[in-house]
Design a protein around this ligand. Structure first.
Ligand code: ADP
Length: 545
C-alpha cells in the first residue's frame, strides 16, 4: 500500500529529525550558557578594574588635596605665616608632588596674592579669580561649606586642562582667604595612573562631559563594547572614569570554548541524526529480509508439498498407464484370435457366395470384410504402439538401408499411386532399426496416402547440425492446416473420415514415440494444398545411445 509506505518513510525521517533537533537545542542552550558566563566574567573583570582605578584616582587626588588642607589648618592654628615661609613650604609641595602647576594664597577678595613658584606662574599673581566663571562658584561653595572644593577643569592660559582645589582659611570666625592648588589634570593623572599603562585596559577620565585624561591601547577594537563607567566625587567635582579592555586583554578573557561546544554539538547532532537514520533503515531492511525469508521458507514448504503431490500423482499415473497398456495389449491380443476367425469366414463367404445371392447380400458381405479387415489393422497398430520406445539397446543403423527396406514394403502403394521417392545421402545413426523402419513407413506411407491429384513426389534428406541430425520427409500432397500441426501427433487423431482416406490415427503417434524415446523432436511444416514437410531429429553422438 503506497500510503503505508509513505507513513513508514516519514517515520524513518521523523526520528532522526527529532534526535537532531534535541541535540542541536541542547548544544545551543549550553553554548548560550557558556557565552553568558563569559560575558559575566568579562563584565566582572572590567568592573573590578574600574573600581580599583577609580579608588586609586580618588585616594591619590584626595591625598594631594589633604596636603593643602593641612597647610590651611596650620594657618588657622598658628596664624598667617610669613610669605617667604609659606612660599618655601609651598614650593616644596609643588616640586615634590607631580601634577601641581602652582600653589596660591587667594585673599578674601578672591585675588591671588601669593604664588609659588612664581616662575612660570607670573600671570597668576594678583589674578582676580572671583571674576572667572566656573571658579567663582567653587570658591563660594568652599566658603559656604567651610571645606575644600575642587573646581571644574578649565583650559589654562598655557593650554592644557587645569583644575583648582580651594581650601578656605577661617581663623575663628575670620575668613582669611583660600589655599588654592592649581593642578594640571594630565600630569596629575599621569602620575597617579602611570603604573596602569600596559595592563591591557584603556580608560579615560571625564569632567563635565569633557575628557581630562585618556590612556588608550593601540587598537580600540570591539573592546569598546565592554566599556563601563564609574563616578568619583573628588571634593565636589564629579569625575567619570570610563574603562574597557584592549583587544589583547579581551582575547585573554574570551575562550574558544563556547564556539567549540557549539560546533561539536551541531556536529554531534548531525552524526546522531545520521546514525539514527541508518540504524532505522538497516533495522527495516533486516525486518524486511526476515519477512521475505520466512515467506520464502513457507513458499518452499508449499512447493515441496506440491512437488510431493505431483510425484505421487505421476507415479499413480504411470501405474495406471502401465495397467491400461497392459489391459489394451491383453484385450487386443485376445481379440486377434476371434477376429481372425471372423475375417477368415467372412472372406470365405465372400469368395463362395459373391454373385450367387442378391445384390444387397453382396454389399453386406463387402462391408463385413472391410470392417473386419480394418479392425485387424487397428488391433495390430494398437499392439505395436505400447512396444514402441521400449528398446533395450540402441545400435548404429544405416538409414539408407532402412529406407530401402521401407520402400520394398511400400512398393505396392508406390506402384498404385505412380509415386516417386527420392533421397539425399543418409547417415548412420544410433537407433533401433525396426523402430526407425516404423518411422519411415508411417511418414512415407502418409506422404503417398495423402496425395493430391498430382502423382506423389516424396523426398527424404538429412542435414548434420551441431549435435544432431535433422531429417525431413517432404511431399507434394494435400497439405495440413497449421492449426492441426500439433494435434495430428496425438493417438487416434485424424483429420479425415474413413471414407476419404483409410487409417487409424495411430501412425504419427508412433512416430512421435519413436523420436522422443531417442531424445529427438518431431514436427510438421505445411500449408493446405502446398504439400507437407515432416521434420525429426536424432542425436548424432553414440554416447547418447
Ligand atoms: P492415419 O492412420 O489417419 O494416417 P496418422 O497418425 O498417420 O493416422 O495421421 C494422422 C492424420 O494426419 C491423418 O489422418 C492425416 O489427416 C494427417 N496426415 C498425416 N500425414 C499427412 C501428410 N503427409 N499429408 C497430409 N496429411 C497428413
Amino acid at each position: 500500500m503506497p500510503s503505508a509506505d509513505i507513513l513508514k518513510k516519514s517515520a524513518r525521517l521523523w526520528l532522526p529529525v527529532i534526535v537532531g533537533v534535541i541535540v542541536t537545542a541542547g548544544s545551543l542552550v549550553l553554548w548560550s550558557f557558556l557565552i553568558a558566563q563569559e560575558r559575566a566574567n568579562i563584565e566582572r573583570t572590567v568592573r573590578l578594574k574600574i573600581t580599583a582605578l577609580s579608588e586609586n584616582i580618588h585616594d591619590q587626588t584626595e591625598g594631594r588635596i589633604m596636603g593643602l588642607v593641612r597647610m590651611a589648618k596650620r594657618w588657622e592654628v598658628h596664624g598667617k605665616p610669613l610669605e617667604n615661609e609659606w612660599d618655601s613650604d609651598a614650593v616644596l609641595y609643588v616640586t615634590h608632588y607631580a601634577g601641581y602647576k602652582a600653589l596660591l594664597w587667594v585673599d578674601p577678595s578672591l585675588h591671588a596674592r601669593w604664588v609659588a613658584p612664581l616662575k612660570g606662574n607670573e600671570e597668576e599673581m594678583n589674578r582676580a579669580l572671583g571674576l572667572e566663571e566656573g571658579l567663582r562658584a567653587a570658591f563660594f561653595a568652599a566658603f559656604e561649606r567651610r571645606e575644600a572644593i575642587v573646581s571644574k577643569a578649565v583650559i589654562s592660559r598655557g593650554g592644557g586642562k587645569v583644575f583648582m582645589a580651594a581650601v578656605p582659611i577661617f581663623r575663628g570666625a575670620r575668613f582669611e582667604g583660600f589655599i588654592v592648588g592649581v593642578f594640571k589634570a594630565r600630569e596629575l593623572l599621569d602620575d597617579i595612573l602611570r603604573r596602569e599603562s600596559g595592563r591591557g585596559f584603556s580608560f579615560a577620565v571625564l569632567n563635565a562631559g569633557e575628557e581630562i585624561y585618556g590612556q588608550y591601547g593601540a587598537n580600540i577594537g570591539e573592546g569598546n563594547n565592554w566599556a563601563q563607567e564609574h563616578s568619583i566625587n573628588v571634593y565636589g567635582a564629579q569625575w567619570r572614569v570610563r574603562l574597557w579592555p584592549q583587544e589583547g586583554a579581551l582575547a585573554g578573557l574570551q575562550t574558544p570554548l563556547p564556539k567549540v561546544v557549539l560546533a561539536a554539538g551541531l556536529l554531534t547532532s548531525l552524526l546522531l541524526a545520521l546514525v539514527t537514520y541508518f540504524y532505522q533503515t538497516a533495522n527495516e531492511r533486516a525486518r524486511a529480509a526476515e519477512t521475505a525469508n520466512s515467506e520464502l521458507a513457507a513458499e518452499v514448504v508449499v512447493r515441496k508439498r506440491a512437488e510431493e503431490e505431483i510425484e505421487k500423482h505421476a507415479s499413480e499415473l504411470a501405474r495406471s498407464n502401465a495397467e491400461l497398456e497392459q489391459f489394451a495389449y491383453v484385450a487386443s491380443h485376445d481379440l486377434q484370435e476371434p477376429l481372425r476367425i471372423v475375417v477368415g469366414y467372412v472372406q470365405l463367404l465372400s469368395r463362395r457366395y459373391r454373385g450367387k445371392l442378391d445384390g444387397d447380400a453382396d454389399e453386406f458381405i463387402t462391408f463385413a470384410v472391410d470392417g473386419a479387415t480394418r479392425m485387424q489393422t487397428l488391433i495390430n497398430d494398437i499392439l505395436v504402439y505400447p512396444r514402441v520406445g521400449k528398446v533395450k539397446e540402441y545400435r548404429p543403423v544405416d538409414c539408407k538401408e532402412v529406407l530401402e527396406r521401407t520402400l520394398v514394403n511400400l512398393q505396392v502403394s508406390i506402384k498404385e499411386n505412380d509415386a516417386l521417392v527420392t533421397q539425399d545421402p543418409l547417415p548412420t545413426v544410433v537407433a533401433d532399426a525396426s523402430q526407425l523402419e516404423h518411422l519411415f513407413m508411417n511418414l512415407i506411407g502418409n506422404a503417398i496416402k495423402y496425395r493430391s491429384s498430382d502423382p506423389p513426389r516424396v523426398h527424404v534428406s538429412a542435414l548434420q547440425k551441431a549435435d544432431e541430425w535433422l531429417f525431413s520427409v517432404k511431399d507434394n500432397g494435400i497439405g495440413i492446416d497449421p492449426r492441426h500441426s500439433e494435434r495430428i501427433f496425438a493417438i487416434f487423431q485424424r483429420l479425415h473420415g474413413k471414407g476419404e482416406y483409410p487409417g487409424t490415427g495411430i501412425g504419427l503417434a508412433i512416430c512421435r514415440k519413436v523420436v522422443e524415446a531417442r531424445g529427438g523432436r518431431i514436427w510438421v511444416e505445411s500449408r493446405p494444398g502446398n504439400g507437407s514437410t515432416f521434420y525429426f531429429t536424432m542425436p548424432n553422438k553414440e554416447s547418447e545411445a
